[in-house]
Design a protein around this ligand. Sequence first.
Ligand code: FAD
Ligand code: SF4
Length: 399
Amino acid sequence: MTSVDFPKHKKAKALKPGSRRPAKELCSECGLCDTYYVHYVKEACAFINQQFETLEQQSHAATRNLDNPDEVYFGVHQEMMAARKQQPIEGAQWTGIVSSIAIEMLNRGMVEGVVCVQNTKEDRFGPMPVIARTPEEVLAARVNKPTLSPNLSVLEQIEQSGMKRLLVIGVGCQIQALRAVEKQLGLEKLYVLGTPCVDNVTRAGLQKFLDTTSKSPDTVVYYEFMQDFRVHFKHEDGSTELVPFFGLNTKELKDVFAPSCMSCFDYVNSLADLVVGYMGAPFGWQWILVRNDTGKEMLDLVEDQIDTQPVMSQGDRKAAVQQSIPAYDKGVTLPMWAAKLMGVVIEKIGPKGLEYARFSIDSHFTRNYLYVKRQYPEKLEAHVPEFAKRIVRQYKLPN
Ligand code: FAD
Ligand code: SF4
């Protein structure tokens, strides 16, 4: 038997559930180590080996042009737009563009399976990664599970099933590890549909966030940090609860985000073929980034189901970002009346569209840069990519 028939990784053993992962406390539980692909962890793990340039070249046949400010912020892309489904999918996170593309790909036989994440029977937010083979199984995965999710834990099943054409839906750290092992999966074609991701939490961390922030944590079915600077909680009875960002209990919540997410610089999912989020779009719309021809092929499938409009940009984020850096650092929490007032003012005059996306990227990258500098100084230079260093350099940071 040749090494091609029996690649080395098949001799490796998945790590035991709950055992310490190679990335230690920085592990985002992406799932790779739950499979024999753990064999590649030292090169593949997003928190051990930062390799955006190599993987961008492999995925898009191009790297970010650092002279192009839009690429510095949003990564390699051919096209950006705002979009929404004419008939939104009920219960989807936004209008369900992600689920709709996955369903079209299955219906047209472009892929045999879709890696996505449903929830466990016991817990609506408990992640349960699956390989969906029917539209019903894709639909059952709609809406965010706002916790770390081991999506790549199903990778061994792909090889065993003999599937050759696959769609993977996932967030940045999962997609970085996926791209690093892509050539070992034995696929003829891999499609990658990504979402932006930031401030993720463990399941316990999610409970702390809900308990600290919502008036009725047990009935929350969905939440999102919206472009109107408020967290929107949707409850079982259909009601919506709004909490201004500036009223969040920063002191209590400071340690709630996973260390992996506090040291992540892949907010915009740089290695996906197509990215569907919301933060660069006007309120109520989704934000689409087509990174390469494969991404375009995927978006074209739902062309007749969506309305689109060009992206816009309005306002100037810089002063707000600069002011928020020491405020977050000191864990300042405003009284609710002041937070509401500030929310109203910022919504009126604050950044919108792409400028809102830049506001969010700047705020998170400066915070994460400080975190890595303080907690893992020995990793700072190699772990923070050049595009993120450029973004951070625009601001004055505390020590
Ligand atoms: P739907 O049709 O409802 O499908 C959602 C898909 O997400 C499903 O296929 C499911 O498999 C997948 N999914 C759910 N939970 C996870 C998970 N934990 N890990 C991996 N995949 C998952 N967009 C922004 O613009 N800015 C943000 O700051 C931002 N933060 C996010 C944080 C998290 C943890 C997640 C999962 C997404 C985030 N997004 C963010 C993306 C955004 O919230 C929507 O998911 C996206 O716009 C798609 O909406 P939709 O209605 O098309 O998705
Ligand atoms: Fe393994 Fe993924 Fe954790 Fe890295 S982030 S240690 S690849 S499970």
